[in-house]
Write a protein that binds this ligand. Structure first.
Ligand SMILES: NC(=O)c1ccc[n+]([C@@H]2O[C@H](COP(=O)([O-])OP(=O)(O)OC[C@H]3O[C@@H](n4cnc5c(N)ncnc54)[C@H](OP(=O)(O)O)[C@@H]3O)[C@@H](O)[C@H]2O)c1
Length: 258
């Protein structure tokens, strides 16, 4: 697989436009910034050329490419926690995360980070998707991010299912996403990877909690009725391109706060 660099404003000197990139280059170019002082919220989404965030079967699997899969896996390997909306967890059949790729395991252990990224599922109704609740030995922990508005019965049910310390209640009537980010940071999970879906990404952006969007654009027109990578009431957030990579027509971007 030939991966070509088109723009690099993230690690000056690490690679130049036109260079072919290997796994070490990709790791350098996608490294999280220093998270000692503050957490970093990175989203990773994929879209077709005409903006569809899923194929006509309603799943992202049908629009993925090999290059997208490489970066998707790398971003999971680098993250402490995957923040995902309950809708996506249900429709994409999310399960507890498997261990990081072998080359990241020793480093994670040396840094005191878990061998499997944690999954934090966001549900205003405190509904834990069943596949995430299911036990999976040697797989990642699961947290629920919800709000008081879910009501005592739903909160009790979630606490019985996951354990009280795994239920994060932030906000009264709706989930307070900046408070959720702070809560994850306080738990030693500052490298946050938001995998959507469109409603959650829109809300993270609207709450001004998004530091970076990693966007894969696949060389495909899908038409149909699928959502874009954001959904919901309008927001106005400018981002600047810091990295662009190409492989077989797939464009991989890092867009950041100005
Ligand atoms: N292209 C991509 O990269 C990408 C990535 C992910 C998903 N997708 C696609 O997007 C579709 C799913 O879309 P979706 O809108 O259902 O996604 P979503 O944002 O994952 O799910 C919406 C649900 O998640 C919970 N939620 C999300 N944000 C919340 C918030 N701020 N506060 C409280 N709860 C929140 C709510 O669950 P409760 O109802 O339980 O309260 C809400 O009903 C699927 O087709 C999937 O394949 C595409």
């Amino acid at each position: 697989m030939v991966v070509r660099l088109l723009l690099n404003d993230v690690v000056p000197g690490a690679a130049d436009p036109g260079d072919r990139l290997g796994p070490d280059d990709l790791e350098r170019l996608y490294a999280y910034p220093d998270v000692t002082a503050r957490p970093w919220v990175r989203a990773n989404m994929v879209a077709t050329l005409d903006g569809a965030a899923a194929g006509n079967d309603g799943r992202t699997g049908s629009i993925n490419t090999a290059a997208d899969l490489v970066v998707y896996t790398l971003l999971r390997d680098l993250a402490d926690v995957i923040l995902v909306g309950a809708g996506t967890a249900r429709s994409e059949g999310y399960r507890r995360t498997p261990p990081r790729s072998a080359r990241f395991l020793d480093r994670a252990a040396a840094e005191g980070r878990p061998s499997c990224p944690v999954t934090a599922v966001v549900s205003g109704a405190a509904q834990v998707p069943p596949l995430l609740a299911a036990d999976a030995p040697d797989h990642g922990d699961v947290l629920l991010v919800t709000c008081a508005g879910a009501g005592p019965e739903a909160l009790d049910r979630a606490r019985r299912l996951l354990g009280s310390d795994r239920v994060i209640v932030v906000g009264a009537q709706s989930v307070d996403l900046p408070a959720a980010v702070d809560a994850l940071h306080a738990r030693g999970l500052p490298r946050i990877l938001c995998e959507g879906g469109p409603r959650l990404l829109r809300d993270v952006a609207a709450a001004d909690a998004l530091d970076e969007l990693c966007l894969t654009v696949v060389p495909l027109l899908a038409a149909g009725v699928q959502q874009r990578v954001t959904a919901g009431a309008g927001v106005d957030r400018a981002l600047v391109p810091r990295l662009v990579i190409e492989q077989d027509g797939t464009l991989l971007h890092r867009w950041m706060r100005p």
